[in-house]
Design a binder for this molecule. Structure first.
Ligand SMILES: C[S@@+](CC[C@H](N)C(=O)[O-])C[C@H]1O[C@@H](n2cnc3c(N)ncnc32)[C@H](O)[C@@H]1O
Length: 282
């Protein structure tokens, strides 16, 4: 399979958002790097095209697509993230581009309900699902004072069980199969799906989310185009400088203290697929 490498973290996530995105976006625990969103949209869609993100969060992909002259529509299950996404679009897009972008509240497993009007018309689906592992916002001050680093209520985006941040194992696979089948229906013939995943560790084992995602997308009818490694490290002369989160650093240290030879995972997997030009029974 073709393999490419994109360094998307020459500057930090905070720096990439500073002065552009609303400061409240820091509340969302798993945002895409703006540089990665721009790179995917620039490589896999043309100006004037239609881009959709069925799991839009605070609308990084939607905003960057509109800034690059695409029409962009996001779907997000949580009304509070969708509201923040719309506020972000107000902030990021000048009045001449604001009409290009919108975020709808809905469930990515049932895309026809919320985006049926787009069936067969989308040029690019650019998305990043929950990674079937715990995510959360950390309260370092509380943790420093002996409290929980990430309280249960602040994990997995919210306590809402419709949020796939809570899905694990077979439930996650079933849900993501429904999401990719819906993406397939929205795309025009020849349209592209790019989905960004990351390997996680649980109980000393790695979850090969990229491999699982390739299987799920192919079962939905997609043809696999290739794999891009998005490098979350800065290249400084001949050195790579990792940009791990505090959570990653503490988890990796704990694993090493248990005797597991764990390393920081400093990349995400961007997986590209095409809806075939001829219908193949899907
Ligand atoms: C990895 S984040 C994507 C973040 C986004 N790329 C950004 O930069 O803000 C995954 C998002 O999927 C949303 N989500 C989870 N389950 C969903 C569902 N059933 N339907 C739609 N969105 C969902 C979560 O609330 C979260 O905002």
């Amino acid at each position: 399979m073709p393999l490419a490498l994109w360094p998307v973290a020459q500057t930090s996530a905070q720096y990439q958002r500073a002065g552009r995105y609303l400061p409240e976006c820091a509340q969302h625990p798993a945002k895409m790097l703006p540089e990665l969103a721009r790179r995917i949209i620039g490589e896999y869609s043309a100006e004037g095209g239609l881009v959709v993100d069925p799991m839009a969060g605070i609308a990084t992909t939607v905003a960057e697509a509109a800034l690059l002259g695409r029409r962009a529509i996001g779907v997000e299950v949580e009304a509070r993230w969708a509201a923040l996404a719309e506020a972000n679009l107000d902030q990021l897009l000048d009045p001449g581009r604001r009409h290009l972008a919108e975020v709808r509240v809905g469930d990515a497993r049932r895309l026809t309900d919320v985006a049926g009007d787009l069936t067969g018309t989308v040029d690019l689906v650019c998305t990043s699902p929950p990674y079937a592992c715990d995510v959360g916002n950390m309260d370092k001050a509380k943790w420093g004072a002996g409290g929980d680093l990430c309280p249960t209520a602040a994990r997995n985006y919210s306590t809402d069980k419709d949020n796939l941040g809570h899905a694990r194992g077979a439930a996650y696979e079933q849900a993501m199969a429904e999401v990719y089948a819906g993406c397939y229906r929205l795309l025009r013939l020849g349209g592209i799906l790019v989905t960004v995943t990351k390997h996680s560790r649980r109980g000393g084992r790695t979850l090969d989310l990229a491999g699982l995602t390739v299987d799920l997308a192919q079962q939905a009818g997609f043809a696999y185009l290739g794999h891009v490694v998005a490098l979350h490290a800065a290249i400084r002369d001949s050195r790579l400088v990792a940009r791990p989160s505090f959570w990653q650093t503490t988890q990796t240290r704990k694993a090493r203290a248990r005797g597991e030879p764990a390393h920081l995972v400093v990349h995400e997997d961007c997986l590209a697929f095409r809806r075939p030009e001829v219908t193949n029974g899907h």
